[in-house]
Every structure is written in structure tokens, then in C-alpha cells.
Design a binder for this molecule. Sequence first.
Ligand code: C2E
Ligand code: MG
Ligand code: MG
Ligand code: MG
Length: 294
Amino acid sequence: QAKRDGRAHYQYFSPEMNVEMLERMHLEQRLRKAVKQSEFYLEYQPVIDMHSGEVTSVEALVRWQDPDYGVISPQAFIPIAEEAGLIEPLGEWILQQALSDLAQWHAQGLMLKMAINVSARQCIHSRDISFFDILKQTLAKHDIAAENLHIEITESMLIEDKPQCLQTLESIKQLGVDIYLDDFGTGYSALSYLTQCPISVIKIDKSFIDNALDNPSDAKLIKAIVMMAQSLEMPLVAEGVETVEQWHFLRNLGCDYAQGYLMSKPLAKAELVEFLRHAKPFQYLEIGTELSAV
Ligand code: C2E
Ligand code: MG
Ligand code: MG
Ligand code: MG
């Protein structure tokens, strides 16, 4: 019996554990402490222009390094941070860190753009300072032109139907920071949002890409999304491209940008710099037309 408890205990603390199994209060408490002590770091995933094969931007992705549990995925803690009212300080830390890194890269001559994920809650400010002001101030602090940053929001932000949210997005767009619609196709928002909200670029969710080559109906959906984006004159990013076949399929359809393990996983700051110094334009692009999967 004691042994079984011991094993259970060990599993509880193993880095591979499912964070959902943790007691909610406990996790929230730890998260609160983590935000105070900045137990986070960012990884950056390159986004590649499918036409030139060049890295054009990186997406900042947050990780929580808990001293006991190891690295915890944002999918596990971002929703808790949102509910616990911790996403505002955390989001501010992310913005600071990401733009400070970007400024360093620019100083080194690496002229990248950066994407930052933003939760709906960050835009519906209950505080004395708005997300827009924080964004503007942080850009100024690091002397970064707004054109070098874009933010990624999900359809849920549009569904919430908070006028304040839309207003914030409008101001952000006017500042020169483009807004990308993340995980497109997984939400429930009306398509009319695409033209009513200041969205510049659509990111097709990984779940469609996963099955693009095995599932004809997913392939058709992707084709429809590409056609829609083209008629709206909105560039498309494909998320979660893992195989050369997926790359060719998407490129031949007319997708503009790709992000995925095929090109690169999210990288630590130092790894990214190495990656960029040695990266040549992705070669397998050149044979794309011959391998058309459509
Ligand atoms: P997302 O913004 O859609 O980010 C893409 C996710 O797909 C990332 O997961 C990335 O590592 C993963 N990914 C990219 N390419 C591939 C691939 O080829 N194969 C596979 N299996 N996965 C791939 P990650 O880093 O775990 O982030 C998950 C989600 O957490 C993000 O989805 C985003 O919604 C949220 N998130 C991450 N960082 C932040 C942040 O700084 N702020 C906010 N508010 N949310 C964040
Ligand atoms: Mg994203
Ligand atoms: Mg996404
Ligand atoms: Mg996602």
C-alpha cells in the first residue's frame, strides 16, 4: 500500500504529468508565485515565407519552468492564468521579454518580425492602464517600430462580443501592429467577423493540416479557406506543418507562410540565433511543383 502511494506520488511530480491532475487551487497558488518570481521563459518558432523559403518572423511561445514539475505547457496554464486574473501581469512580462529580445536581434542585424499571442482577457482591461497603452509604451521603450510586431488573437476574442475588445483591436491596428487570427477554423465565430474586425492575416489551425493529405474533406476545407483568404486579400499562415508533403500541398494551393516542426520547433533564444545564422532558405521548396499533392 505504501509503495503504491509512493508511486502515485512520484507520478504526480513527474515532468510528464498531466497538469490537469494537479489540484486546481494548488496550481493557481503556484502560478501566482511563478508570476511574482518570473518563472517563465519564451521560445521562438520561425515562420517561413513559402515563396522565398526565408524566415520572416518568429512567434513567441511562453513556457513555465516550475522548480519541481519541470516545464509546463502554455495549454495547461494559460487558461488558469486567465481565470485567476494572472494573465495581465503575465502578458505584460511576455511582451517585455519578447520585445527586449527582438530589440537585441535588431541590434545584431537580425531584422525579424515578431508575433505575440494575446488573450481576450488582456484586451478587456479592468485596470488603470489598458493593454493598448502597455503595448505602445513597451514598443517605445525598446525602440521597435510597430510594423515589426503583430499580435495573434483567437476567434473566442471576437465571439466575446465586447465592444471594448474590438475598440482595443482597432487602436492596435491603427498603431501599426497587425492582427492575426489564430487557430482559424476551430472556433464558432461568424465569417462576417473577418471583414468587420481589423484582421490582416489568417492562421489555419494545425488540426486541418494534420489530416490534409489523408482526409479528402479536410483537403477540401483547406482549399476553400485558401480561396476565401485570397478573395479577401488576406495572407495565410499554415500552422503545424510537419511533412514535406504537407508543405507542397499547401504551397501549391497558394498558402503564403508556414510554421511547423518540419522547418523548426520552437527554439530557445540562443538556439534561434544559431538557427538563423546557419539557416539557408528551405530547399525542398524548389521541387514543390513536381510533387503536387492536389
Ligand atoms: P498557438 O498560438 O496556436 O501556437 C502554436 C502551437 O503549435 C505551439 O504550441 C507550437 O509549439 C505548436 N506547434 C507548432 N508547429 C507544430 C508542429 O509542427 N507540430 C506540433 N505538434 N505542434 C506544433 P505551444 O507552444 O504549446 O502553445 C500552445 C498554445 O498556448 C498556443 O497556440 C497559444 O494559444 C497559447 N500560448 C502560447 N504562448 C502564449 C503566450 O505568450 N500568451 C498567450 N496568451 N497564449 C500563449
Ligand atoms: Mg499563435
Ligand atoms: Mg494556432
Ligand atoms: Mg492554438
